[in-house]
Design a protein around this ligand. Structure first.
Ligand SMILES: Nc1ncnc2c1ncn2[C@@H]1O[C@H](COP(=O)(O)OP(=O)(O)OP(=O)(O)O)[C@@H](O)[C@H]1O
Ligand SMILES: [Mg+2]
Length: 443
């Protein structure tokens, strides 16, 4: 039972009161520093990425440049975009962000951004109709140059079409940022053309409000489409996976904030298993630091330390409780209904075992041999590789070219390596994984 930080526990026949306050405070500090499921919003916890931050600052401070931030899923794009106002010293009150959905369109994206800026866009004809019916004070009393009026405390902007000219009238003279996140999800083709047109207009008009487009993509063209006109006006910031040193900084920041120490060996394993993704560093650090904090329940003065047992608990928790989409995709991929076989699992383990992202079928067969002691004939593997690229197995693999496969979701490799590591621990650590061997001592 918990009452304002004090727990009443039954130890033998005695009722003992323990002060859970220090433990709960500790968990709250861990929560601030290790955030696997949320982007970084406090600059103190944003680590590494020095070159990207410098480019972002320079580009946002260069007249006529808009910015695109792109990279693999989960590398830290939203975190960088959310802190753009801080890094480039823009006012956060004039910084607005919208997160796109599959069904988002140009109009819905910019209507949302206008709303965030306290403005409601109403197409001219509808507004005129509403005014006639509702008897609202007639415009055009312009605050932006567009026809506008004010109702229920919110200004209404109106034009026949939502487009660059209306947006520039509203935003060009005011320093600010319009951030369009998860733009890769947008399916509507005309949205891409209209956004390209808008980026160009914002640049030509040297708008003081800048647009930042963010999304998962391998190239700029994949994110915003092929538009010749964008080459000069759109700066690209490509985010790579984070380096071991950068990931180590995340752990150090958490150590300092929460008052916990990670044993060097464990720290290195967490970094190696993260595969460059800060998500896994946060996830494993959080679970193991939370676990280490339990010493505070017995001794509020204790200094929590993350060592092997806490790491193992964290690993288990990360496998079973980590990211639901990955977990579900993995389960669906390995489970067989009609004929029981371990081969789907073996194939996925073998792909994750490889040092390469794009793995050749022969190597998959070799790796299965290493992991199970029985190498299958690689010709027979297509019976399993094929289905793993299909919706029935959640398309976990992609065939890159003849004879080569990779994980569709780059985070999957790290997820399966967690499973491999857990499995290895249960075998008493018999296997030496190549990616774990890369661990180097900190200098
Ligand atoms: N520079 C950083 N320093 C510390 N942690 C970071 C950094 N960048 C990202 N993270 C952490 O990594 C995880 C993923 O970050 P974020 O959501 O920003 O990535 P993303 O690229 O936008 O992901 P998605 O592709 O899923 O949208 C979060 O837990 C976030 O807190
Ligand atoms: Mg994001």
């Amino acid at each position: 039972m918990l009452e304002s930080g004090r727990a009443v526990e039954l130890v033998g026949d005695n009722v003992v009161q323990t002060d859970r306050g220090p433990y709960l405070d500790y968990l709250a500090r861990c929560e601030q520093a290790f955030r696997p499921f949320a982007p970084i919003s406090l600059p103190d916890f944003f680590k590494g990425r020095a070159d990207n931050v410098t480019s972002l600052q320079t580009e946002l401070r260069t007249s006529g440049r808009q910015v695109a931030i792109y990279g693999e899923r989960g590398v830290g794009k939203t975190s960088l975009a959310m802190l753009a106002d801080f890094f480039a010293r823009f006012n956060d009150e004039t910084t607005h962000m919208v997160r796109c959905q599959v069904e988002s369109t140009y109009d819905s994206i910019f209507e949302q951004l206008l709303l965030e800026a306290g403005l409601e866009y109403v197409p001219e004809t509808i507004e005129t109709e509403a005014r006639r019916q509702g008897g609202l004070a007639a415009g055009p009393a312009s605050i932006t140059g567009a026809k506008s009026t004010r109702t229920r405390g919110r200004a209404i902007v109106s034009a026949q079409r939502l487009g660059p000219s209306l947006l520039l009238r509203r935003f060009a003279e005011q320093e600010g940022l319009l951030i369009i996140d998860e733009y890769d999800r947008v399916q509507d083709k005309t949205t891409h053309t209209r956004l390209a047109e808008t980026l160009k207009h914002f640049s030509d008009a040297a708008s003081k409000t800048k647009i930042i487009v963010v999304g998962v993509a391998e190239t700029l063209a994949e994110l915003v489409g092929e538009h010749q006109s964008l080459t000069r006006c759109l700066a690209e910031i490509q985010l790579d996976r984070m380096t071991g040193d950068e990931l180590s900084e995340i752990i150090s920041a958490g150590e300092e904030r929460a008052g916990v120490t990670f044993q060097e060996g464990v720290r290195q394993k967490i970094i190696a298993l993260s595969d460059g993704f800060p998500f896994y560093t946060h996830l494993l650090s959080k679970y193991s630091a939370d676990e280490a904090g339990r010493v505070l329940l017995d001794n509020p003065e204790a200094k929590p330390v993350v060592s092997e047992p806490e790491y193992r608990k964290a690993l288990q928790k990360a496998v079973t409780g980590g990211e639901a989409t990955l977990r579900d995709a993995y389960r669906t991929a390995v489970i067989t209904v009609k004929r029981k076989t371990e081969m789907y699992k073996n194939v996925l383990w073998a792909v994750a075992y490889s040092q390469s992202h794009e793995v050749q079928v022969q190597e998959i067969a070799d790796n299965i041999g290493l992991l199970t002691g029985k190498r299958p004939r690689h010709e027979g593997l297509s019976n399993y590789l094929g289905p793993l690229t299909k919706p029935e197995k959640k398309e976990v693999l992609v065939r890159v070219r003849q004879g080569y496969y990779k994980f569709a979701n780059p985070l999957m490799r790290a997820y399966i390596r967690l499973i491999l590591e857990e499995h290895n621990i249960s075998l008493g650590g018999q296997l030496l994984f190549p990616w774990m061997r890369q661990i180097k001592p900190r200098g």
